[in-house]
Design a protein around this ligand. Structure first.
Ligand SMILES: [Zn+2]
Length: 142
């Protein structure tokens, strides 16, 4: 389900109320090339739609999507911030620097194929995957 409108339609179909604010929140996460924290989402929505979403409303919205299993989150302790990403739909893998908290997305066709093979071997029906590698980035290693 790569299509954003389709995703919204699907949420509505399951009779969940989805306010315009929540749609904007999901849209930011959906089209982002990297995981975003709440402040970044708030800032982007304000810039794009001239709409101010309070942090409690934002967190409630994020929780809503997490409960629906659409959005996932990772807490980066070095930044003391939680980052939100789209679950399942795109297969993105993360390299997470434990020192500065930078998250780099990578995709590797060989690794993806191997994961598919592992799933098959275990009679496991794979829906999505996310590999998170923790370490120290090039900048921090200097
Ligand atoms: Zn780093």
């Amino acid at each position: 389900m790569e299509n954003f409108e389709l995703l919204i339609k699907n949420i509505k179909k399951h009779s969940f109320s989805i306010t315009i604010k929540r749609q904007y929140i999901l849209k930011e996460i959906f089209f982002s090339l990297k995981p975003l924290n709440a402040k970044e989402i708030k800032k982007q929505i304000k810039e794009k739609y001239k709409l101010d979403i309070s942090l409690p409303t934002l967190y409630k919205g994020l929780q809503f999507f997490e409960d629906l299993n659409i959005v996932g989150s990772i807490f980066i302790s070095s930044k003391k911030t939680t980052y939100y990403y789209l679950k399942g739909i795109k297969s993105q893998n993360f390299l997470i620097c434990l020192k500065c908290g930078t998250i780099t997305i990578f995709n590797d066709i060989h690794m993806n194929n191997q994961i598919k093979e592992i799933s098959l071997k275990n009679n496991f029906f794979l829906l999505s995957q996310r590999v998170m590698l923790y370490g120290i980035c090039e900048e921090c290693d200097k």
